[in-house]
Design a protein around this ligand. Structure first.
Ligand SMILES: NC(=O)c1ccc[n+]([C@@H]2O[C@H](COP(=O)([O-])OP(=O)(O)OC[C@H]3O[C@@H](n4cnc5c(N)ncnc54)[C@H](OP(=O)(O)O)[C@@H]3O)[C@@H](O)[C@H]2O)c1
Length: 163
């Protein structure tokens, strides 16, 4: 699999590697959701079939590509694809954002040129987990602290990493 065009990833990950629980996010972090919306608006999202099912609908203002191995799966309002290579001819000038879940990140995170990483400063229980992301070939070009409050379960640190 070759990522032929600049590709970003957006991932929120707790200190213990947790990214999901019971098919959903294990936290409510409004600031991070707003950041996700701002980053991806007008562009294209690539997600695994299970993450799409947890969202349940196409996100407005973005093209959604759902990776699946099922030959006949069709979902109204999104493009189902069998390999990431199917995305590029349809991308135009839009940036492709890899947005999870765990299976997809494991395959594609190491290939992304830019990683938008929200470090959730907590240790929640979860069943979707990632190993620490190898950022040795990336540099951090932006960092922003997101405090906990009534709309954000945990404090978090957003970081933009560029290869
Ligand atoms: N914290 C975050 O930033 C974040 C972001 C997104 C999701 N999540 C969480 O992550 C969890 C879901 O992750 P997950 O690992 O269970 O599922 P997933 O990565 O969302 O989806 C897995 C599915 O994607 C398809 N797939 C995977 N690799 C493929 C390939 N090479 N070619 C074609 N299809 C492929 C398969 O679909 P088929 O079975 O249909 O073949 C597979 O079952 C949820 O808890 C979700 O809330 C967290």
């Amino acid at each position: 699999m070759i990522l032929a065009k600049p590709t970003h990833a957006v991932v929120a990950m707790a200190n213990n590697g947790t990214i999901g629980r019971d098919g959903a996010l294990p936290w409510h972090l409004r600031a991070d959701l707003q950041l996700f919306r701002r980053l991806t608006m007008g562009h294209a999202l690539l997600m695994g079939r299970k993450t799409y099912e947890s969202i349940g609908k196409p996100l407005p203002g973005r093209d959604t590509f759902v990776l699946t191995k099922q030959a006949n799966l069709e979902i109204p309002g999104v493009q189902t694809i069998r390999t990431i290579d199917d995305v590029y001819p349809q991308l135009g000038t839009k940036i492709l954002f890899v947005v999870g879940g765990a299976e997809i990140y494991r395959q594609l995170l190491p290939l992304c040129q830019v990683i938008h990483l929200t470090k959730v400063l907590a240790e929640p229980v979860g069943d979707a987990k990632l190993s620490p992301i190898d950022l040795s070939n990336y540099r951090c070009t932006e960092q922003m602290y997101l405090p906990a409050n009534a709309e954000n379960d945990w404090p978090a640190m957003y970081q933009r990493w560029e290869r």
